[in-house]
Write a protein that binds this ligand. Structure first.
Ligand SMILES: Cc1cc2nc3c(=O)[nH]c(=O)nc-3n(C[C@H](O)[C@H](O)[C@H](O)COP(=O)(O)OP(=O)(O)OC[C@H]3O[C@@H](n4cnc5c(N)ncnc54)[C@H](O)[C@@H]3O)c2cc1C
Length: 435
């Protein structure tokens, strides 16, 4: 890989997500050569992906060019590269654009959707972890409504208009709330010749409460908000299979839905060379010590979703959320400088700033370390926090204007089928039609 030689030690960061960017920012003014590798040339603000899927925001407003984040720092280099393997014995990384040597390697590859080995759900259900996946979901939702207009078969029409969202965490809750708002405010106007009141939004949660990582108060309130919006919240039910039209569960309940969104689990994105069984914990997270060092592998660190740091307070690692990734990136930045200066490193201590989820228009639930609140004020807090952490001034302005516009007009104007999406069962159907 063509990177200039430097007298500074080389820190290679794999992944320009929340953790990788926070680390790169910390190191860029220091005496280190920083090489950031990512398979995308943009940082993706995942907490707002559901708004892209539901036409509330354009994808461009939640993505930010990685090169721009660190523009003007002479020791910073970005390469668009997919990392394939880490060779810890020779301190080299293999990528699709060649090999690169590192003095220190930081893995910040995040996580991906975990279908727990269920191939039919993986191939016919929808994930929402990346911008292309969110655009696919947006297209599918709109295509299904266009399709619903074309059929006289009531059963088929219902299936096209129904949604099943699997997983009652923040992603599932926020998506269900947004879909309910669309059903209420947009679909009747867009499809006056379709009885869109029949569209069902089902949120299926295997446990006994939604938002299980938040307080019971937040769970109960969020469930109430969703029910008021007309979402069917199903608890203690596990989705077991999906054939593209019928959703099977471990109870007597079955759903007919052409759109199934799987928001029921993630697993770490692990890289070959660091995927030995003894290095990994549950969900393929890489085990690290309190300095983010991969156990037993010299000069290799992991932060964010991919890393599992087990502490007394967090025996199963920190939550797979943006804040731990950002704080770990910053801490590791300081520690790498200390390491280069032969100073002792500082152990990482996570400062829990709380968690939140929005449930449609005007409603959110917020759990802070000392306060808990729900409703309109929580919604304002939710908006402020998301705007604050969004990278890029332009993005903040665009998102803010969109939100104000959508709020006043009860609208979501990005409901566009820019790149049509063909679900696997649809493709089979089309082929049959050609026969
Ligand atoms: C829909 C959704 C909603 C969410 N909502 C919230 C929320 O409200 N609040 C919250 O705190 N958290 C939320 N999260 C979780 C949060 O986004 C993650 O915890 C956070 O992004 C983790 O940061 P990270 O730096 O570890 O990884 P990421 O931000 O995922 O970044 C990983 C980067 O690594 C790159 N990469 C991966 N593999 C390779 C490879 N082999 N080669 C090169 N590059 C690679 C990827 O392209 C990506 O840029 C949400 C997540 C999703 C999916």
């Amino acid at each position: 890989m063509n990177i200039p030689q430097s007298s500074y030690p080389r820190v290679v960061i794999v992944g320009g997500g929340f953790g990788g960017i926070a680390l790169a920012k910390k190191l860029s003014k220091k005496e280190a050569q920083v090489v950031l590798l990512d398979k995308h040339n943009y940082h993706n603000f995942q907490p707002l992906l559901y708004q892209v899927s539901t036409g509330g925001l354009e994808p461009d407003s939640i993505a930010y060019p990685i090169r721009k984040v660190l523009q003007g720092y002479p020791n910073f280099f970005f390469r668009l590269a997919q990392v394939q393997e880490v060779k810890t014995d020779t301190k080299r990384i293999k990528t699709n654009i060649g090999e690169i040597f590192y003095d220190y390697l930081v893995v910040a590859t995040g996580s991906e959707t975990n279908f727990f080995g269920n191939k039919s759900i993986e191939s016919k259900g929808m994930a929402m972890k990346t911008i292309p996946q969110s655009l696919n979901l947006r297209s599918l939702i709109l295509e299904n409504f266009e399709q619903a207009l074309l059929t006289d078969d009531l059963h088929e029409r219902d299936g096209l208009m129904n949604f099943v969202i699997v997983g009652g965490g923040p992603t599932g809750v926020e998506l269900a709330g947004a879909l309910a708002e669309i059903k209420k405010g947009i679909l009747p106007k867009d499809y006056p010749d379709l009885d869109t009141r029949r569209a069902q939004i089902n949120l299926v949660q295997s446990g006994d409460r939604i938002l299980p990582a938040m307080s019971t108060q937040a769970s109960e309130k969020a469930e109430k908000f969703l029910e008021n919006l007309g979402v069917n919240v199903w608890k203690n039910i596990r989705v077991t299979d999906y054939d593209g039209q019928k959703v099977s569960t471990d109870s007597n309940t079955e759903f007919k839905a052409e759109t199934l969104v799987w928001a029921a689990g993630v697993k770490a994105v692990c890289i070959k060379g660091l995927n030995a069984k003894e290095l990994l914990c549950k969900g393929d997270r890489i085990k690290v010590n309190e300095y983010h060092q991969v156990i037993g592998v010299e000069d290799v660190f992991a932060i964010g979703d991919v890393a599992q740091m087990e502490t007394d307070k967090f025996p199963h690692g920190h939550p797979m959320m943006a804040q731990p990734a950002i704080q770990q990136g910053r801490n590791l930045g300081d520690n790498l400088v200390r390491l280069m200066e032969n100073k002792p490193m500082n152990p990482f201590v996570y400062k829990d700033k709380g968690s939140m989820a929005t449930v449609g228009r005007n409603k959110a639930v917020v759990d802070m370390p000392k306060f808990r609140f729900q409703g309109v004020f929580a919604w304002f807090v939710w908006m402020f926090v998301h705007l604050y952490f969004l990278i890029g001034f332009r993005n903040r302005v665009v998102v803010f204007i969109n939100w104000v516009y959508n709020y006043i007009r009860f609208d979501r104007e990005a409901r566009l089928i820019i790149r049509p999406f063909k679900k696997q069962n649809r493709v089979e159907k089309d082929t049959l039609m050609q026969d």
